[in-house]
Ligand binder design. Sequence first.
Ligand SMILES: [Cu+2]
Length: 105
Amino acid sequence: MAVAVLVPAALQGGRASGATATASGAKSVDIDHFAFHPPTLHVKRGGKVAFTNSSNVTHTATSGGHFNTNRIKPGKTVLVRFSQKGTFSYHCEIHPFMKGKIVVE
Ligand SMILES: [Cu+2]
């Protein structure tokens, strides 16, 4: 496993909204309008990415064999830590046309 999915921030005290209010050093992917923003995100090895669902429908960020946020409900955030270098393409399991990429450097 390249990464470990952390406990959703939403379960840690309701501070899930506000993608920039995550743990120190976390970068953010915003999910809205059936797309990941930005579509490609660069992060340092060991860094975290906060996937925040700003839309009105449930999404996932899923990279087969690498990471899976599982279902992120509207307004919720899931943090993923990336411990291995590499390029990880991911998609939404519910809407497979939604695609993104995390580049761990
Ligand atoms: Cu989706």
